[in-house]
Design a protein around this ligand. Structure first.
Ligand code: 5RP
Length: 234
């Protein structure tokens, strides 16, 4: 499995602990990325031992893995409730006394549009991460999924907001990354993001933006895998 940096042991610890929160009969949102993959694999083992769940994948990658490990799949429009969503993050604000505590940047795998849809539909949204993801403020580039025709116009608009956008290029290929929804991704460097909520509002307002990777006030808990176990931060 491809890993996007950070310690595999810590990712595994976080993913497997989150999978333990899944109960019989649950509908589970299945996030994307190398940390969530450990949760999906653990759920597959639990299913083989008799746990009955249905999963809602957030990407082609998580759909394929869930099928491989034997998780029955469903869709948002076929269920009344999503009990729990488990998903990774590229950066997590770890500042318990600050307003932005728990805010996230997601979209390293270009799956943030479906991730936000499924994660926000869930009764409980748990983030799984290794310590390299924690930061006092968000400062990584914010992925913004855009309609293909809109990418130059939106690049100009996000420059007006103080960012330097880069069209995400496909690794090893000539051309841009195309999302599962057929769109493009602008990675927008804003430097240190002091007010992620306001920036999220500005980005959401731009016509042609499908979804951005700022997840503010959405996560219920972060499970941080460490060398000694898992820190659960509410
Ligand atoms: C995909 C995501 C991932 O959850 C995020 O990139 C974290 O991935 P990983 O667990 O591999 O570090 O947002 O769009």
């Amino acid at each position: 499995m491809k890993t996007a940096g950070g310690s595999d042991a810590a990712k595994r610890a976080a993913g497997e602990r989150a999978a333990e929160a899944v109960e019989d009969g649950f509908v589970v949102g299945l996030g994307t990325g190398s940390t969530t993959a450990y949760a999906i694999e653990a759920l597959g083992r639990a299913v083989a031992d008799g746990l009955e769940i249905r999963g809602i994948p957030t990407s082609f990658q998580s759909r394929r893995l869930a099928l491989e490990v034997g998780i029955e799949l469903t869709t948002l429009d076929a269920v009344e409730t999503v009990d729990l969503a488990i998903d990774g993050a590229d950066q997590v604000v770890d500042a318990p006394d600050a307003d932005g505590h728990g805010a996230l940047i997601k979209g390293g795998g270009a799956a943030h549009a479906r991730e936000k849809l499924v994660d926000t539909a869930a009764d409980r949204f748990v983030v799984v991460a290794d310590p390299s993801k924690l930061a006092p403020t968000l400062e990584r580039s914010v992925p913004v999924e855009v309609l293909p025709d809109a990418h130059t116009v939106i690049a100009d608009r996000v420059r007006d907001l103080g960012s330097e956008p880069t069209l995400r290029a496909a690794e090893g290929k000539d051309g841009p990354v195309v999302t599962d929804n057929g769109n493009l991704v602008l990675d927008c460097a804003f430097g240190s993001i002091e007010d992620p909520d306001t920036l999220a509002t500005h980005l959401s307002r731009l016509p042609g933006v499908v979804e951005h990777g700022l997840f503010v006030g959405l996560a219920d808990a972060t499970y941080v895998g460490t060398a000694d176990g898992v820190d659960v931060r509410e």
